[in-house]
Ligand binder design. Structure first.
Ligand code: SF4
Length: 402
C-alpha cells in the first residue's frame, strides 16, 4: 500500500503523471516494495527553504529581509549560497499585493489539502491562495533558475485550484464563470523585474479539468498493473522525476551516449545525429541523477568502487592584517583594478539600474553561432555561407559600369 506522504499522484507531479504513466507505475512499484530512495537535490531543498522563509514572512506580517542571516533548512537568508532575498521578496510582494489590493478575503499559505473522498492520493500544498467576492487567486513560487515554467494551462496550477475549490463549500457553489487568476512566480528564471506569469480562467474550467481529465487519469493509473516500455514518455516533465535513474528511456539514452565514440559520431547521418541530439538532454539528466544518488549513497556509508568522496575545492583566503601588509609591500599592485559591472549585474541593483542598462547596454555583433535544442526560446539563426558573404559584397552590373 502506498504511503500518502510519498503520493506519486500529488499536485507537484501533475505535469509528469498526466503525460508519463510509467513515472507513476514505476514509482508505485518501488514504494510498495520498499525500494524507493528519495534523494532530494540541493536545488529542491533550497527551494523548500525559500518557501518556508516567504511563508513565515507572510504569516507573521514581517518582511523577508528581517530574517537576514537566519537559518531555514540549512540555508542562510541573504547569504551567498543561501536563500536569495531578492527572489523571495518578489514572491512575497506579489502575494501581499493581492491581499492589499483586494481587501478582505480568505488567505491560504502553504496549506496542504487532501481530499481522500474524491481520490485517496488527491493531495497537494497550495503555496498561496486567496479569494474574495470578486475572484480567486493562486500563486505558485518556483525558486529554480534553470527551466522557466509558464502559467497558461499549467496542470500543477489547475490541480491546486481544483483542490482549493473542492475543499471549500463556498467556492464549490460559486457560478462557473467566477474568475480564477492562476500564476507562477519564478524570479530566479524570469528576472526580479518581470511580472509573474499569470493565467485567468474560471471555476467552471478548473472543475471540468479536475473531473474530466485529472480524476479519470488518476483512476486509470491506479487500475493499471503492468508496466510497458511504451508507458514511459519523456519530455520537460522528466526534470524532477523521482524514478529518473530507473527509467528505461533515460537509461537507454545514457547507454547510447556512453557506447558512442568520437569517430562513431563523425560517421552518423543527419537523421542519426538528430536522434542522438534529441536524446542528449535525457542523458544529461541521467548523469545528474547518477551524481546525486552516488553522492547520497557514499555519504550514507555505501562502498561504490569507482567513486569516492573528496573535499570540495576551496580557495585560499587572507588572514586578518593581510591587507595592511600587502599594501605596504606592493601598494596599488596588491589590488585588482575596479571593473564596471555588466548590464545584467547592474540591472539587479535597482529599477534605476534597469533604466541605465536599457539606455547604455547593447549587444555587440554576433561572435558566432552555437547549437541549442529546438525548444530553446531564441529564434533560429542562419549560418553565413561563403555565397552569402560574397552576395553581401557583390556589386550590381550597373555599379561595375556594364
Ligand atoms: S524520467 Fe522516465 S519515468 Fe520519469 S517522467 Fe521521464 S520518461 Fe517518465
Amino acid at each position: 500500500m502506498i504511503h500518502l506522504e510519498h503520493s506519486p499522484l500529488g499536485g507537484s507531479g501533475a505535469h509528469r503523471f498526466m503525460t508519463c504513466a510509467g513515472s507513476f507505475l514505476l514509482h508505485r512499484h518501488q514504494l510498495e516494495n520498499d525500494e524507493f530512495e528519495n534523494i532530494e537535490s540541493e536545488f529542491a531543498s533550497r527551494g523548500t527553504a525559500a518557501h518556508e522563509l516567504a511563508a513565515r514572512a507572510i504569516i507573521e506580517n514581517t518582511e523577508p529581509f528581517e530574517y537576514l542571516g537566519e537559518d531555514f533548512g540549512g540555508y542562510l537568508v541573504g547569504w551567498p549560497g543561501g536563500i536569495s532575498l531578492d527572489a523571495t521578496h518578489v514572491y512575497f510582494n506579489e502575494c501581499l499585493g493581492i491581499v492589499d489590493r483586494q481587501g478582505f478575503g480568505r488567505v491560504l499559505v502553504e496549506e496542504t489539502i487532501h481530499l481522500p473522498d474524491l481520490h485517496p492520493l488527491l493531495r497537494g500544498t497550495v503555496d498561496f491562495g486567496y479569494y474574495n467576492a470578486i475572484a480567486l487567486w493562486l500563486r505558485d513560487y518556483k525558486n529554480g533558475e534553470g527551466i522557466g515554467v509558464a502559467a497558461g494551462g499549467n496542470r500543477q496550477l489547475l490541480y491546486y485550484a481544483f483542490l482549493m475549490i473542492m475543499a471549500d463549500e463556498h467556492l464549490r457553489n460559486l457560478p462557473r464563470d467566477f474568475p480564477c487568476d492562476l500564476g507562477i512566480v519564478q524570479p530566479n528564471f524570469y528576472g526580479i523585474f518581470e511580472e509573474p506569469d499569470t493565467w485567468v480562467t474560471t471555476i467552471g474550467y478548473v472543475l471540468d479539468w479536475g473531473h474530466n481529465e485529472l480524476l479519470p487519469r488518476m483512476n486509470a493509473l491506479m487500475r493499471a498493473q503492468d508496466i510497458d516500455e511504451s508507458d514511459f514518455v519523456p519530455g520537460s516533465h522528466c526534470q524532477f522525476c523521482p524514478v529518473l535513474l530507473d527509467c528505461p528511456k533515460m537509461q537507454q539514452a545514457f547507454r547510447e551516449y556512453v557506447e558512442g565514440s568520437e569517430d562513431f559520431v563523425l560517421m552518423l547521418t543527419d537523421e542519426e545525429l538528430d536522434r542522438y541530439y534529441s536524446q542528449r538532454e535525457y542523458a544529461r539528466r541521467f548523469m545528474n541523477a547518477l551524481e546525486a544518488t552516488v553522492h547520497a549513497r557514499l555519504i550514507g556509508g555505501a562502498k561504490i568502487p569507482s567513486a569516492k568522496l573528496v573535499e570540495k575545492k576551496t580557495n585560499r583566503v587572507w588572514k586578518p592584517g593581510a591587507q595592511a601588509a600587502l599594501t605596504a609591500a606592493f601598494g596599488d599592485k596588491a589590488f585588482t583594478p575596479r571593473e564596471i559591472k555588466s548590464p545584467a549585474q547592474i540591472e539587479k541593483l535597482s529599477s534605476r539600474g534597469k533604466e541605465l542598462a536599457l539606455e547604455f547596454g547593447y549587444k555587440p555583433e554576433s561572435v558566432g553561432l552555437s547549437v541549442a535544442p529546438i525548444s530553446d526560446p531564441r529564434p533560429a539563426a542562419k549560418p553565413k555561407t561563403n555565397a552569402a558573404v560574397f552576395e553581401a559584397h557583390a556589386q550590381r552590373p550597373e555599379e561595375l559600369g556594364f
